[in-house]
Design a protein around this ligand. Structure first.
Ligand code: BDR
Ligand code: CA
Length: 307
C-alpha cells in the first residue's frame, strides 16, 4: 500500500474521503491532521476523531493544526452546517483524543522519519501545509507529491465562480505552497463538479445495507442541500476524488502549468490563475486535473464503502 498523510477539515466530503482512505487496501493511512475550514478547528478535529473511531480506525493518529488562516480572519465553509458534520446526530462522540503535538510538527516528524518521500493529500484550506513549509523547510524533499483539492481553472463546469473555497479561505498559505517547489496535483472544481451524487448514486448507495452505508447516505442528504438549492445539482465529491487519486491516478487527465493565486483582487482573491504556455516565464509548479472518469470514480467509491 501507498503510505499517505491526510490533512483535512471534515466536512462531509472530507469524511467520506477519510472512510475511503481507511478502507482502501491500496493506502496506508499514517496520520490525519486537521485544519479550520468547513468548521472551526475544534469541530473538524472532533469530527475526524468521531469518524475514525466509528470505522475502526481509532489507532490512526490525529493531530490538530491551525485555528485560522495564516493572514486573514477565518471564513467558514457553508455546506456542512454548524458542527461541520450535520445530518448524523447518532454518530457517537469519540473517546479517542488527538496526539499532543501540533499538526505541522506531527507532519514534519512523519515526513522526516520516512525513508521514502511521502504522498500528502490535502482536502482543506492549506493553513497547515503552508505553515509546515515555513516552520520545517527541511521536509520539502520528503514530500513526493501534494494532492490538493482546491482551485478552479477552466470554468467549464456547471458553476461559474472565480474562487474555490479552500483557495479563498487561505490564499496566502496557498501561495507559500505554490512557490515552494513541492510537486502539486491540483484537483479543482473543474473535475470535482463532475462527480455529483444524483439519483443513480443514491440508488447504488441504497444497495449498501450496512450502518456505514446509512451513515454516508445521511451525510449526503444534508451535504447536498446547499448544492441543490444554489446550483441545482447533487453533492459534489470534491475530497473523495482527491483521495481516490492516491489509489488510482488514472481517474483524471492532467496537464502541467504554472499556477498563481490572486491575493489582492477585491472579488477575486483566492482565484487560481493557470499559465499553460509559459507566458509568465515561470517554471510549471503543478499538474492540473482537467478531465475525470466519473463512472470509474464512483465505482471505486462504492466498492470501498461496500466492503
Ligand atoms: C472544498 O470546500 C469544502 O467545503 C469541501 O470540503 C471541499 O474540500 C470544495 O470547494
Ligand atoms: Ca474539505
Amino acid at each position: 500500500p501507498t503510505p499517505i498523510l491526510f490533512d483535512c477539515d471534515p466536512g462531509h466530503d472530507d469524511a467520506i474521503a477519510l472512510v475511503m482512505a481507511h478502507r482502501s487496501p491500496a493506502i496506508e493511512l499514517l496520520g490525519v491532521t486537521t485544519t479550520c475550514g468547513n468548521a472551526e478547528l475544534e469541530k473538524t478535529t472532533t469530527n475526524a476523531l468521531r469518524i475514525l473511531e466509528y470505522i475502526g480506525a481509532g489507532d490512526v493518529p490525529v493531530a490538530a493544526g491551525c485555528h485560522r488562516p495564516l493572514a486573514r480572519p477565518l471564513v467558514l465553509g457553508t455546506a456542512d452546517g454548524p458542527s461541520g458534520l450535520e445530518g448524523s446526530p447518532y454518530l457517537p462522540q469519540a473517546t479517542i483524543k488527538p496526539v499532543d503535538q501540533h499538526a505541522v510538527d506531527f507532519l514534519a516528524d512523519k515526513l522526516l522519519a520516512s525513508p521514502e518521500p511521502l504522498l500528502v493529500v490535502a482536502t482543506g484550506p492549506l493553513c497547515n501545509i503552508g505553515l509546515l513549509i515555513l516552520k520545517h523547510p527541511e521536509v520539502l524533499p520528503k514530500i513526493k507529491e501534494l494532492i490538493w483539492m482546491g482551485g478552479v481553472f477552466y470554468r467549464k463546469s456547471e458553476i461559474i465562480t472565480p474562487t474555490e473555497f479552500n483557495a479563498f479561505c487561505d490564499p496566502e498559505a496557498l501561495k507559500i505552497v505554490l512557490d515552494s517547489g513541492v510537486p502539486i496535483l491540483m484537483v479543482g472544481l473543474d473535475v470535482t463538479m463532475r462527480v455529483l451524487v444524483e439519483k443513480a448514486q443514491y440508488a447504488e448507495l441504497a444497495t449498501i445495507d450496512t450502518p456505514l452505508g446509512k451513515l454516508v447516505n445521511d451525510w449526503l442528504l444534508f451535504y447536498e442541500k446547499l448544492h441543490r438549492n444554489s446550483m441545482g445539482v447533487g453533492g459534489a465529491m470534491h475530497d473523495p476524488l482527491a483521495l481516490a487519486l492516491a489509489i488510482d491516478p488514472t481517474l483524471v487527465k492532467t496537464r502541467p502549468a504554472h499556477i498563481a493565486v490572486d491575493l489582492t483582487g477585491t472579488h477575486t482573491f483566492g482565484a487560481t490563475v493557470a499559465d499553460f504556455w509559459g507566458e509568465r516565464g515561470e517554471k510549471d509548479n503543478a499538474r492540473i486535473a482537467y478531465d475525470v472518469d466519473a463512472d470509474r470514480f464512483f465505482k471505486l467509491m462504492f466498492d470501498l464503502l461496500r466492503d
